[in-house]
Design a protein around this ligand. Sequence first.
Ligand code: IPT
Length: 271
Amino acid sequence: YTLGLATTELALHAPSQIASAMKTRANQLGFNVVISMIDNLSLTACRTAVNELMSQRVDGVLINVPLSNDDAGAIAQLCGNLPALFLDVDPQADVFKILFDPHCGAEQGVEHLLALGHRQIAVLTGPLESISARLRYEGWLNTLATRDITPCAVQHGDWSAASGYQQALLLLSETVRPTAILVANDQMALGVLRAVHEFGLRVPEQISVIGYDDTEDSAFFFPPLTTIKQDFRQLGYESINRLVGHLHTHGDHQQPSLLLPTSLVERHTTA
Ligand code: IPT
């Protein structure tokens, strides 16, 4: 078999680690993975990527592109009989999918900060065109609302460390200084740490920072980053297994969709 992966920007750490884990698992099973990368988040770009894979006669496709329910439906239709597994859609989306539970992850981050006594919490979301960024943001707001808390400041980044740095400078310039910042991914948290240090504030004594992903390098940030782990190896392993399982059974036995748990990894940026 040859499998196709349509993926969002591979310069980002999470999608590249997911692609790597998929390649590793596919190699173990003797399969090849061809990759088509999109460089802007649009249905058209995703269609083009999937068409490119289909013209290479792949036996199944993995789609790691953030898609709304309607857009995921449109892509599933484009694939026709070709098995398609989605990795960045709403848990409610009516397609074959494997996802980390976004509500679970958002809740774990907020509960950790609340348990430490934080009440002045600022949030830095991912780009709101991304379904996962929106679901994490929603999960944060809902969990905070259970304690009658609203974020003291909100900014939106684009998942990159540069955006984390720029948006954190804005968060830190507000009149109310947050005692903690919830960040939607580790790369942005890297930029946040630099901004906080430039403001002369100590992490975690004066301000706590929590990320999301637990990508390979996060234990080597300074200080080592507390974050919400999404186990990308497990995701790569499970997604290849399930897609291949689907091919073996010729789709007769519907492989069920899977919601993977996230976990809190406590390091040294929260107190
Ligand atoms: C998601 C990452 O959490 C985020 O850091 C960013 O890299 C994003 O991907 C890019 O689309 S993980 C995805 C499987 C929801």
